[in-house]
Design a protein. Sequence first.
Length: 76
Amino acid sequence: MRDFRFCVALRRADGTLDEPLHEEVITAEDGTSAIALAKAIDVDMLRLRANAIYLVDPHGYVVWSLRLADVSDISA
């Protein structure tokens, strides 16, 4: 099992990410399992004033990310 960091942040118009506003550790066998767990986390993006979530592997690489703008229907 490996630890992945689930991060919630503000992504600026130029593509840079601010420091995470919220972080959680996800322990999973591999990246695929960690992504599935990350997708199940309920985060109040509006309350946090964030527009991006991403998952960082144990080596510091982003293995998955999602911007609020990438979601076609946020009311669902």
